[in-house]
Design a binder for this molecule. Structure first.
Ligand SMILES: Cc1cc2nc3c(=O)[nH]c(=O)nc-3n(C[C@H](O)[C@H](O)[C@H](O)COP(=O)(O)O)c2cc1C
Length: 371
């Protein structure tokens, strides 16, 4: 569990913010990066159909800040020429790494040959990887699931083929396409991938607490780990891992700090997006963030029914004021739970009413406008 390199790029610490459509945008990535402990951030997955047809939203999704480096752009699609063009565009805007999505289970993505659909068509995946390699000079990486179905688990073959094509980092989410987000990630298969190739391999799936995360990481022997949903519930999770790796006690944010991170996020959202979208984003993060906190469920209900910036701010102040009075916040070490149910890459972790505000016509959810 030491820093590793993707070609000459240091991934230090070896902890990666996993790409999440509708979540890991410019705003969220910087919020997480500021908390410390993150070695690599990745964009949301970006449609090459949108990018290469000049869809402004797809282009906006590539935007990043220098403070985010190293920064990877993840693209998805099924057409080799378009994937190569999209990859070139990512290099042009200054991305450090180009990542190919070979894991999204959403029917719309799979139907068009992209995402986890590529696991059923290895010749196509091979052509895509080779075409991309020809068109970029930054490192090419792959994020993949273990297979399409339980009976067609093929990630070891995929990884070997990808390595032959010049892929320089393989990230494995330990679930099949058919599993969606159900059941548990299989870290034993992730271990097999690590043993089968010489390029760095990172594992992913269900890392929501330091203890269980360290166990999975150690047992699988991967170079790095990716954390997705756990970071929404606990933005300090990377820093806490980094502390443990360095032999320190994990950082413990206090209640005031939790509140101020929510407010910081809200301010960033309001600066960068239309108010209606900012409200949706705020509800999304606040909802995840208060899981496991006293009175969290009731707070989330109140929040989902808030319709203005002021109402949300008032509700946050009231909520945090009440739990600090109760004095039962514990020691502030956040242990995220893994009870989010999702069925695709879509931002369906959000309650329905939040999703509608995120899909405001001019902004849209990633899948709705890019496909
Ligand atoms: C809302 C949401 C959106 C996601 N979008 C993407 C995506 O755009 N690209 C991708 O490779 N994986 C995506 N994923 C999968 C995550 O990157 C990750 O592989 C998965 O959630 C398992 O990791 P976790 O248990 O740490 O969350 C998404 C997951 C969620 C919950």
């Amino acid at each position: 569990m030491v820093p590793f390199k993707i070609r000459n790029i240091d991934i230090n610490p070896p902890l990666i913010l996993s790409p999440m459509a509708g979540v890991t945008d410019f705003t969220f990535r910087r919020l997480i990066k500021r908390r410390g402990g993150v070695g690599l951030v990745v964009s949301e997955f970006i449609s090459v159909e949108g990018l290469t047809r000049n869809n402004p939203k797809s282009k906006r999704q590539m935007r990043f800040d220098e403070s985010e480096r190293p920064y990877a752009v993840q693209i998805f699609g099924g057409q080799p020429e378009r994937m190569a063009m999209g990859a070139e565009m990512a290099e042009e805007i200054g991305a450090d790494i180009l990542d190919v999505n070979c894991g999204c289970p959403a029917p719309k993505v799979v139907k068009n040959g992209g995402g986890s659909g590529l696991l059923r068509d290895l010749p196509r995946l091979e052509t895509i990887l080779k075409e991309i390699k020809k068109s970029i000079s930054i490192p090419l990486t792959l994020k993949v699931r273990t297979g399409y179905t339980d009976s067609t688990i093929n990630v070891v073959d995929v990884a070997k083929m990808a390595e032959q094509c010049g892929v320089e980092h393989i990230q494995v989410h330990g679930r099949t396409r058919d599993q969606g987000y159900k059941g548990l990630a299989n870290w034993e298969i992730i271990r097999q991938v690590k043993e089968a190739v010489s390029v760095p391999v990172s594992g992913n799936g269900d890392v929501v607490s330091i203890e269980s995360g360290m166990k999975r990481w150690r047992e699988s022997g991967t170079n790095g780990i990716l954390i997705g949903r756990g970071a929404m519930q606990n933005p300090w999770i990377f820093r806490q891992f980094e502390d443990v790796l360095a032999g320190r006690e994990p950082y413990r944010p206090d209640l005031e700090e939790k509140k101020s991170v929510l407010l910081e996020f809200f301010e960033m959202c309001l600066d960068e997006m239309p108010e209606i979208v900012a409200l949706g984003k705020m509800k999304q993060l606040a909802g995840q963030f208060t899981k496991g906190l006293p009175g969290g469920a009731q707070f989330r209900q109140t929040l989902y029914h808030s319709h203005s910036v002021q109402e949300i701010l008032d509700n946050i102040t009231t909520y945090f004021g009440s739990i600090s009075l109760e004095g039962n916040f514990g020691d502030g070490l956040v242990e995220a739970d893994a009870d989010i149910e999702i069925t695709s890459c879509e931002p369906s972790v959000l309650p329905l009413e939040n999703r509608s505000s995120m899909t405001a016509e001019h902004w849209g959810s990633p899948l709705e406008t890019s496909l």
